[in-house]
Ligand binder design. Structure first.
Ligand code: CTP
Ligand code: MG
Length: 230
């Protein structure tokens, strides 16, 4: 099946701080977005990838992308105010030949090739898949007074990651229905589930964490410097 990559990179990176958009923040000298795309290059998913960028920063993104991937044709799309709108814009820009879409945050530069391949295979057989990892922490549910209400069984709890991978109709239909209903979710697999689809959970890895804060970026640099990531 024809697989196309969609990278949401239009966030402002408010929690990271810093001068420019988070996707262009340097990690050991290389912009996050470039490191993230390099993870897909060996799978031939970089050509024709749709990159969702902040509306007024196309030039900066074009420059970083053409320096790192000379001659590669990317499709740049303006993002929206929230990630869900950004992804919806990106879905509209996919090539007509796309049958499967792999959606992966620019802010997760250490995704493994294995996780990408597992998510594509699961989406081909089940229609939708998300990468996730078993929770390490015990989760507490609080009541409105700030007292412990309950402690869910950790065996059923997963921390969500990306890639999230879908047959094209499943994700487009879910986004269209959510837009009509005004429903919001922070990830695409949850939208598909809300719309009635089933979503296969496949194993990610702790290294595939999202770069959100300055501490995350410093930790990512530490992993690279000490050869602690593949
Ligand atoms: N994203 C996007 N469009 C938005 C918001 C987020 O494409 N309107 C993308 C980000 O670029 C990132 C991914 O979604 O790759 C996950 O979002 P997050 O980690 O929250 O990034 P930011 O929104 O940039 O960070 P913050 O919330 O701290 O501002
Ligand atoms: Mg955000």
């Amino acid at each position: 099946m024809n697989v196309q990559l969609l990278i949401p990179a239009a966030g402002m990176g408010l929690r990271l701080g810093g001068a420019g958009p988070k996707a262009l923040a340097p990690l050991e000298g290389t912009p996050l977005l470039v490191r993230t795309l390099q993870r897909f290059a060996g799978l031939r998913l970089v050509e024709n990838a749709v990159i969702i960028v902040p509306a007024n920063q196309r030039a900066q993104f074009n420059e970083a992308l053409s320096a790192a991937f000379p001659g590669v044709a990317f499709i740049l799309v303006d993002g929206g105010a929230e990630r869900q709108q950004s992804v919806a814009n990106g879905l509209d820009a996919l090539l007509p030949t796309a049958e499967i879409v792999v959606i992966h945050d620019a802010a997760r530069p250490f995704v493994s090739r294995e996780a990408i391949q597992l998510s594509i295979a699961a989406a081909q057989s089940c229609g939708a898949a998300t990468v996730a990892i078993p929770l390490i922490d015990t989760i507490l549910v609080a009541d409105e007074q700030g007292f412990l209400d309950s402690t869910p069984d950790r065996a059923n709890l997963w921390a969500c990651q990306t890639p999230q991978t879908f047959r094209i109709d499943a994700i487009r239909d879910a986004h269209a229905a959510a837009a009509r209903a005004g429903y919001r979710a922070t990830d695409d697999a949850s939208l598909v589930r809300w719309h009635g689809g089933s979503v296969r959970i496949v194993n990610g890895s702790p290294a595939n964490r999202k770069i959100t804060t300055p501490e995350d970026l410093a930790y990512a640099a530490h992993l690279l410097r000490n050869n602690l990531v593949e």
